[in-house]
Design a protein around this ligand. Structure first.
Ligand code: ADP
Ligand code: ZN
Ligand code: ZN
Length: 731
């Protein structure tokens, strides 16, 4: 017998496998989907078995090599995942091997680099019948210690070995009365805050839950469009309860790691330890363990970020994607899969429902719901007596005239007022660091990253200038390198600077900052969120990572320091992103009995994304934005594919881009549009120049093969590389 093996190589044709002979001693163990070790050229590499077949010597002109070793006892890729990989490869034009690798935790990828162990604990158990042991105890009155151990084992059956004196254990072992066994222990321990509330669904929540529950055996995609605080999570929980009763499993995706502890908390309070958690904040060992909880059938629910969509459950009864509009559900490097796509595919395979939930659905999803492709479920009001907060929009142009810069007078007054009333405040600024850039007042020189086309951000704690793209760091300038002036000024504000100003303005207030810089340590998200929930702090200040999903009953004021940061990004989705961000962060205010209020500071108060967010008016926003998209031929009216061309050599990159553009223009349908080539918004990152062509199309059966041609053409090119991004998050 021989096996077709898929190996990860530097340069690879899309889905090529290599055939190896199976040594006879492996014949009864080997299965499709296992990893094996093979020699390839001079290297030893791991690969996945994709096929096992009879050895037909005539079809090979050369001697086949033998498989060196089996890596696994069981297949790491089951039938469904093997098929899913093909789907991903087909959909994102990635290699099959990279599709398989992305689905697995590091410990199970076909790569020889990292060795991750299973953690085990030793226990002692009885090795003879209870009668025999009782007899022994009766005849052995002298050794109290031994008898105690045995009596305890008679009661508890299994006890951790290190609870007893080693000599006692040894002597009982030698007598054959007990034995040591090893059992796996999972590494991750969640710190759970107990929640004793008994939730009874509201009539509306119950109605939605019932609707889904009565069709659990149908592959329907629902869009649960429910305002912030409308109790979507409780609806999910009630549906999952039913799914578990039917003996099936649930996948629940949440957007960011900041959100996971809270969701895990809520779920653990309902479902106990029946949950695996998967997100990027875990160590490789923890991830491996959580993954194996699923493989071993120890849990029925997984909660996690994007990659949890690949959870190897065998009998999925529901998939839920909360905050479905979130960008990070699409992986932004190769392979560029979207979790919603994968969810649809898996829901189809398992013939189960998929729920997409959001207070601000993506335009694409809402359009599909309107067309009836998704079934629309709505929660229009908040739970109980809680209402959506009042939103004040502050025109910062006016404030600056009055001498206020970072904070408007109104925001400061309201912060002071909440502090006096002992209520909590959330402040959002979508920029980390101290100041955004440093400019010479005399000649206008700005300090930029030498590798990337972007100004460096000043970080005060380290007194360094940093590039947020490549990590380059440099000392802060004191003298302008262009004109020698010492009038260097920092412009723009980051979270660090705001924190400093707040400490100065409100010296009695306790302030906690949450952004990439304060959450590098493991568990720090969780700690900040739990501490804020326990009211150890008055003000939570942070970047967009604090905007979504969090539920703090004592927060009655949300302030947005600068709503324009996301609006000023030159992308057709910047309006949608701004509306979503403002609605989400506003949704953190007044979620319980206390009424909430929001202050949004902006230089563009007349922009529709901002004033419609004030009125919580998603539907008007949807109509307005759809009209614009229609006029501009953008999604959801057109599909977009981005072809990115990368090169260290500007000329070569530009030439290749032009060739690609003309090739595409010639070959594609007449009503498809090819734009570019242009330099990307970030035209240089890490000394690599970036160019792009954008394809807009409705239906183009020639597109796929044209893109494959381009990929295969440049795959061996040393100077130019090409990336394809279907339905890109950003242009
Ligand atoms: P969403 O996810 O829609 O923003 P949540 O599910 O977080 O809303 O619910 C908001 C708050 O209301 C939470 O504290 C939640 O526990 C509470 N809640 C939800 N449903 C109910 C209910 N039926 N009875 C009491 N409290 C509820
Ligand atoms: Zn200067
Ligand atoms: Zn850089």
């Amino acid at each position: 017998m021989v096996a077709d093996i898929l190996i990860e190589l530097g340069i690879e044709k899309l889905n090529k496998t290599f055939t190896y002979k199976i040594p006879t001693e492996y014949l009864d163990k080997i299965q499709i989907g296992m990893r094996v070790l093979v020699s390839f050229g001079k290297q030893k590499l791991e690969g996945f078995i994709l096929n096992i077949k009879e050895y037909d010597q005539k079809s090979y002109s050369y001697e086949l090599k033998e498989i060196i070793d089996l890596v696994d006892e069981f297949p790491v890729l089951n039938k469904e995942l093997l098929e899913l990989g093909k789907y991903i490869s087909d959909k994102t034009l990635c290699t099959l091997i990279s599709a398989y690798q992305v689905m697995l935790p590091t410990a199970l990828k076909a790569r020889k680099k990292t060795k991750i162990n299973i953690k085990e604990k030793s226990y002692v158990v009885l090795n003879q019948t209870e009668d025999e042991v009782n007899l022994y105890i009766q005849n052995n009155k002298r050794s109290e210690k031994q008898n105690n151990l045995l009596l305890q084992l008679l009661k508890d059956k299994k006890i951790e070995k290190n609870k007893f004196d080693n000599n006692v254990v040894k002597s009982l072992e030698t007598k054959g009365l007990i034995k040591t066994i090893k059992e796996e222990v999972y590494r991750l321990h969640n710190n759970i805050l107990e929640d004793t509330r008994k939730i009874v669904l509201t009539e509306k929540q119950q109605e939605i839950s019932n609707k889904v529950i009565t069709n659990l055996n149908q592959n329907i995609t629902y869009l649960l469009y429910g305002v912030t605080g409308s109790g979507k999570t409780e609806v999910y929980i009630s549906i999952i309860k039913k799914v578990l009763k039917e003996g099936k499993e649930a996948i629940m995706l949440v957007p960011e790691i900041s959100l996971t502890p809270q969701m895990v908390n809520r779920f653990t309070n309902v479902f106990g330890s029946n949950i695996a958690v998967l997100h990027s904040g875990l160590s490789l060992g923890e991830k491996y363990d959580e993954y194996r909880k699923i493989l071993n059938g120890d849990v029925k629910i997984v909660i996690g970020a994007r990659s949890a969509i690949f959870a190897p459950f065998k009998n999925i009864g529901i998939i839920i994607i909360d905050e479905e509009h979130t960008e990070s559900y699409k992986q932004d490097n190769h392979p560029r899969y979207h979790a919603i796509d994968i969810a649809k595919k898996r829901a189809q395979t398992h013939n189960c429902p998929l729920i997409l939930g959001s207070a601000t659905p993506s335009l694409e999803s809402f359009a599909r719901a309107k067309k009836g492709v998704y079934q629309l479920l709505e929660l229009k009001t908040r739970v109980g007596s809680s209402v959506l907060p009042d939103v004040n929009i502050i025109d910062m142009k006016e404030e600056i005239k009055n001498g206020n810069s970072t904070f408007s007078k109104i925001l400061l007054d309201k912060i002071r007022n909440r502090l006096e009333r002992n209520e909590q405040i959330i402040l959002l600024l979508n920029r980390r660091g101290y100041s955004t850039f440093i400019t010479c007042k005399n000649c206008g020189y700005t300090h930029k990253c030498p590798n990337c086309d972007i100004s460096l951000t000043y970080h005060k704690t380290s007194n360094m200038m940093r590039c947020h793209y490549c990590g380059y760091a440099d000392k802060k300038l004191v003298i302008c390198p262009e004109c020698g002036s010492s009038e260097i000024k920092d412009l723009g504000t980051g979270t660090q600077k705001i924190e400093e100003e707040l400490n100065h303005l409100f010296s009695d207030a306790k302030i906690i900052r949450m952004d990439v810089d304060t959450t590098t340590k493991k568990g720090s998200h969780e700690k900040i969120i739990n501490d804020f929930k326990k009211e150890k702090y008055n003000i939570l200040l942070g970047t967009q990572m604090i905007a979504k999903g969090l539920d703090f009953p004592k927060v009655t004021l949300v302030g947005v320091i600068n709503a324009d940061t996301s609006l000023n990004i030159p992308d057709f989705r910047s309006g949608e992103r701004t509306f979503q961000l403002l609605s989400q962060v506003a949704g953190r205010a007044g979620r319980n009995k206390l009424k909430g209020e929001v202050v949004i500071q902006t230089f563009n108060p007349e922009h529709y994304s901002i004033y419609l967010a004030k009125h919580h008016d998603y539907e008007s926003f949807y109509i307005k934005e759809m009209n614009l998209r229609h006029a501009m031929k953008y999604p959801p009216y057109y599909f977009i594919t981005l072809v990115r061309i990368l090169s260290k050599d500007y000329q070569k990159g530009m030439e290749a881009s032009k060739k690609i553009k003309s090739y595409l223009s010639n070959i594609l349908n007449k009503n498809s549009i090819v734009l570019g080539p242009t330099t990307s918004i970030m035209y240089k990152i890490n000394n690599v120049y970036r160019f792009q062509c954008i394809i807009k199309y409705k239906k183009d059966e020639k597109l796929r093969s044209a893109l494959l041609k381009i990929i295969n053409h440049y795959i061996t090119n040393k100077d130019v590389s090409v990336e394809i991004d279907n339905e890109p998050n950003k242009l």
